[in-house]
Design a protein around this ligand. Sequence first.
Ligand code: UD1
Length: 386
Amino acid sequence: MNRAPLRVMTVMGTRPDTIKMAPVVQALRAARPDVEPIVCVTAQHRELLDEVLALFGIVPDIDLDIMTKSQSLTDITTRVLIGMERALIEARPDVVLVHGDTTTSTAAALATFYQKIPVGHVEAGLRTSSIAEPFPEEANRRLTGVLTSFHFAPTARAKANLLAERTAHAYVVVTGNTVIDAFLATERRVRAGAVAVPALDGLDPGRPMIFVTAHRRENHEAMRDIARAVQTIAAFPERPQVLWPVHPSPQVAPVIHEVLDGIAGVRLVAPMGYAETVAAVAASAFVLTDSGGLQEEAPTLGKPVLVMRRETERPEGLEAGTLRLVGARYEDIVAETRRLLTDPAAYARMAQASNPYGDGRAAERIVASLLHVLRNGPAPPEFEAP
Ligand code: UD1
């Protein structure tokens, strides 16, 4: 039996994949000396990434530092491919873990495949019905899946998606989503008062707070409509307070500021720390977003989510009733928000806490699975949704 420590490289590049990979890095560290963790960041994002690394106490072993202003998908892909080749040749990992659907994930998986090193895909098997939405994430996760040997599916449905694509030769295990590990751990710190939350300072507890985020590439053209809808919402008689941390992308931030700067009831802030984000979800009446991670996190606290997309790869939350797809058109956003603010029965139907995405132990299962397939350790039981 091979007793050498398993050299596991984790690769991350943006804010959300780093939040979701952080619990895996922590679980790999806890598995020393059986495991030798190697952390590689591409830095597809810079400031957003560094904040998350600091929060979770992660110091990268390798930093490719690829971000440029107004980067195209080709810029990201080529820079990650070139940087990863060198990193893999120097670090010689036994297995490389990539996450989800970013361009970092797909380009790193391809570079790893070229080095004939097996890829493990964390948050594997999410699918929409159209390769065009979300763009380019749906294509990214499918492409990463083709290059993957070990699929860590967050839910039973994600596993079924993979098996339907005949990845039966590969190892597929249901682990739960690591975002729930990160969220629950952070929420405990927030509840213990261990986190400063300046973005919430001075909000009126007697008025409902709506937490808004938007950044997706397929919504770039709709960004002005989304901002105008928020302007209309802020003028509703219920006097909601909108809290919106604005993504730094040059395709996003200028439009939002142009429409909403100085509008009463709207608080635009710089990107918030992750702990502050968790606190904001907890303090909100509901969430209006095109984010994927928030669709998984908010149901844990029973917060309704209006999803500004036409498709979601997270149907479990739709079935649980916590999510509602509203699209990104002005009228629809205004009407659905109006309904949640004025119809208590509609609100109560959505405000049901549910945990279809995980139990906080996904990272542990991922590490145990790797030791199972690569070092003959015991097979961990799969995650089962309640
Ligand atoms: C990327 C991911 C998306 C994920 C999102 C989370 C891809 C194709 N997209 O989209 O799946 O949901 O991250 O944010 O992988 N910028 C900064 N500082 C930062 C981060 C970004 O200035 O810390 C600016 C840069 O000008 C950059 C732009 O934002 O060019 C866009 O970043 P990019 O990673 O290309 O796309 P996102 O929209 O962030």
